[in-house]
Design a protein around this ligand. Structure first.
Ligand code: SAM
Length: 246
């Protein structure tokens, strides 16, 4: 038989795709749950979009989503530089959550908000750290009694990363005020910029007045740092409709 049980190769078929608030990789928080205002829809594909396949799932509040880092290159190396270590120290790929890994498999614990079985199956999720279009290969319910270890050791990432203060210029606030999703978009911007998505080398330049942009939903959020005394604040200077320059 071709597909002998001891085969050394395995073929994965996506069971569906995520449509998320993150059109780009840049800016996405580095773990799920850091931006709870981030919405995502996991749309299952045929033949996995049979409502029978999710029967009983509605009784679970959280899910493990296994997916492919499809926007990462297939090459990998044994050592990686976690952003958490400032981007200049190396650890083993298997001691990290790097997206540059063999098989490119990712794992995220997300909140399950709703299951829509009107046309196939779509799961409404919160707190996802996945770029829109990410292929999903499996979902499993989270079992807190078996999988929650609040006192576990977590190496170079022992605690929640620090949250930066985020302020908005009046023009940006008025854009939000005119939008139906203004409240949740405001929360999402605060949570995403609060993680300081800038690369480590730019974070260190406290004198920089450089303008940065992060895409969320259908907008481009322009921001820059403000340095006062010892604290860095990130200030939203504009929220513009996204234009694709490709
Ligand atoms: N929680 C997952 C894990 O541990 O496997 C993902 C952690 S990974 C460090 C999170 C980052 O992956 C995000 O900040 C985003 O930039 C990147 N990312 C999200 N979706 C991706 C995709 N489909 N392909 C490549 N990179 C992706």
């Amino acid at each position: 038989m071709d597909d002998a049980p001891n085969s050394e190769h395995f073929t994965l078929t996506p069971i569906g795709h995520v449509i998320s608030d993150y059109p780009d990789k840049f800016g996405i928080p580095r773990q799920p749950g850091l931006a709870p205002a981030a919405n995502a829809r996991l749309v299952l594909a045929a033949p996995y979009n049979d409502p029978l396949a999710v029967r009983g799932l509605e009784a679970f509040s959280h899910l493990w989503v296994t997916f492919i880092f499809h926007q990462s290159p297939e090459r990998w190396s044994p050592l990686v530089r976690p952003p958490r270590l400032g981007g200049n120290k190396k650890v083993g790929v298997f001691a990290s959550r790097s997206t540059y890994r063999p098989n490119r498999l990712g794992l995220s614990l997300v909140t399950l908000v709703d299951i829509d079985t009107r046309h196939g199956v779509a799961l409404q999720l919160q707190g996802c750290d996945l770029v829109s279009g990410t292929p999903v290969v499996d979902i499993k319910p989270y079992l807190p009694w078996a999988e929650s270890h609040p006192h576990a050791q977590a190496g170079f990432a022992p605690e929640t990363p620090p949250q930066f203060d985020v302020t908005f210029q009046p023009e940006a606030l008025s854009v939000l005020a005119k939008r139906q999703d203004g409240t949740t978009l405001h929360a999402l911007i605060k949570q995403v910029l609060g993680q300081d998505p800038r690369p480590a080398y730019q974070q260190k330049d406290t004198a920089s007045n450089r303008l940065h942009g992060v895409r969320l939903r259908d907008v481009d959020v322009k921001f820059r740092q403000r340095q006062n005394d010892k604290a860095t604040t990130l200030e939203v200077v504009a929220i513009e409709p996204y234009t694709n320059h490709e």
